[in-house]
Write a protein that binds this ligand. Structure first.
Ligand code: ADP
Length: 252
């Protein structure tokens, strides 16, 4: 039986397994996230982070275990479960030749959000991220950091309860990384739950909770301070290195 997730969780995984042929990418992973919580999924390359995101976004089904979003089982009620999720994928999924607005309109249409309401939401989301002036420009004209912000705006247009960010700072310069992290940390105020996958310890340091994933298993979870204390380490980086034997894959 999968472990029972905590009752107040908005997103939960219980005993989730996924293999690619003989290779087990997730070996019985359980975790739960509450509304307004920012959880960092910290793991080296190959840990299983992307596989978990593929299951959470309904791209693949788990071989075993249960995933629930806002009470909906993703296997049995995928439409209801996915309606509550916003995603920023690792690779950009914007159309470079369309305007910022056209990219966002496509998403509102997909979610059945009608004309005037869509326009209001798009304008508000872009204003919050400082991109109101760029609305009519093709995405191609934007910097990498601003493209990511457009993806963050898009992920929120249907007002999801859970935001999934799959290594969203890959390829961004340090200032853009910091800005993106700050924008997403601020969403806690609105009660949005965030799962932020990263291999960078510094991005996990401000999380409410860190889940350390390695070779398809959760090795540890807790606040950054509790993980440091439990490992008898001087920093989260040292605790992570002690647990996984991996250094961060790349400097921030
Ligand atoms: P991460 O996102 O943490 O880097 P992944 O989920 O991409 O980890 O990979 C987890 C494991 O599953 C790795 O050993 C990887 O080689 C393997 N894997 C991922 N995708 C596939 C696939 N499509 N086919 C076979 N093996 C895969």
């Amino acid at each position: 039986m999968p472990e029972t997730p905590s009752d107040d969780a908005i997103l939960s995984l219980g005993g989730v397994r996924k293999s690619y042929g003989p290779r087990e990418a997730l070996k019985g992973v359980s975790l739960a996230i509450r509304p307004g919580e920012f959880v960092a999924l910290l793991g080296p390359n190959g840990a299983g982070k992307s596989t978990m995101f593929q299951l959470l976004t309904g791209l693949f089904n788990a071989d075993a275990g249960e995933i629930r979003v806002c009470g909906h089982d993703i296997g049995r009620s995928p439409v209801a479960a996915l309606a509550s999720i916003g995603v920023v994928f690792q690779q950009t999924t914007l159309d470079m030749d369309l305007s910022v607005e056209a990219n966002l309109r496509f998403h509102t249409r997909l979610h059945g959000i009608a004309g005037r309401e869509a326009g209001t939401r798009i304008a508000a989301a872009l204003a919050r991220l400082g991109l109101a002036e760029r609305m009519h420009e093709p995405v191609r004209a934007l910097s990498g950091g601003n493209r990511r912000k457009v993806e963050l705006a898009r992920a929120q247009l249907h007002r999801p309860s859970v935001l999934l960010m799959d290594e969203p700072t890959v390829g961004l310069d340090p200032a853009s990384r910091r800005q993106l992290l700050d924008e997403v940390l601020a969403l806690r105020r609105d009660g949005v739950a965030v799962l932020w996958a990263t291999h960078l310890v510094e991005e996990a340091e401000e999380a409410d909770r860190v889940v350390v994933l390695d070779a398809g298993k959760v090795l540890a979870e807790g606040t950054p301070a509790s993980l440091v204390a439990a490992a008898g380490a001087a920093s989260l980086a040292e605790a992570f290195l002690g647990m996984t034997g991996h250094r961060e894959a790349a400097p921030a």
